[in-house]
Design a protein around this ligand. Sequence first.
Ligand code: SF4
Length: 353
Amino acid sequence: MRYDYSKITERLLGWYRENARTLPWRSDPKPYYVWISEIMLQQTRVEAVKGYFNRFIKDLPDIGALAEVEEDKLLKLWEGLGYYNRARNLKKAAVLVKEKYNGELPADYKELLELPGIGSYTAGAICSIAYGVPVPAVDGNVLRVTKRLSAGYEDITKDSVKKTLFLELLEDMPKKEAGAFNQALMELGAVVCIPNGKPLCEKCPVACYCLAYQQGVAMELPVRPVKKGRKIEEKTVLLLEYQGKVGIHKRGGKGLLAGMWEFPGLEGKLDIGSMERVLEENQIKEYTMELLGEAKHVFSHIEWHMLGYRIRIEKKSREFEEQELFSELVWAAREELEKGYALPSAFKAYKEG
Ligand code: SF4
């Protein structure tokens, strides 16, 4: 028999009214604010998003400003949040909203789904939170809470499972407080029915309706298949310094971190002897070299295992800039690196210099 989510509504909403965290996008849930915050919150913790959100809204206060922003500035505002295509899609969608909807995000679930970067979850969140339209917003928190409430052992990574849950919630959610209901489920997942470690069932307002709690199986749920291992890529990162500036270049337009700035690098972790040979082959003759040590950055499917070197170039030979490794370098002062160039957080360990 399917679980009836309508029975948790009253207790859940009562708890949410008392316990909802104050968040910048919650106090004024304009459609634009809801949209930006929800995209930022994918893969990033609420606490970390607050600062990014405030900065983004200050610089790009509305859809018109977002539609016109230069890509470099946009990526700089996004720097540190990762998954940079999300930022590019925001801009693409803003351009469409400006052209097609007069700069106002539509309040229609299907129309929202047509916009770049807006999937079922974000469309549901915008509809319900900003416009009060009763549409579920099924994210990881909601999947976890509902599968525990119903003691459901279905694989939550399957689209069919998400779709069924969407339809069940659509039927069961309160039609007048859709936004609060969705946010309350997410909030419960974030602070009580937590993802890592033991859920705080003794503090849960809906424990009396929770089958997983009653059966003592909350820690087994939700079910997801074991992830395949990530691909490991080893690389050497070069912090090239010349006359107080640092050499950076732009990555290609496709693939991982497309279009972002980065320190030049080489495949594999090179030892000092190999580095000396590379520098000689690339016409760097007068320099000092310092080992900066190892660093690791984890993307969703790849891990970068890096080894960094600072190379202080005393004198650039004429042939230097003709070398492929250094051909498209831009030399930036440290302050410019902070303000003007979006350098992915993958390089954080070497950025401070
Ligand atoms: Fe989650 Fe425990 Fe509440 Fe059930 S009782 S919803 S497992 S926190």
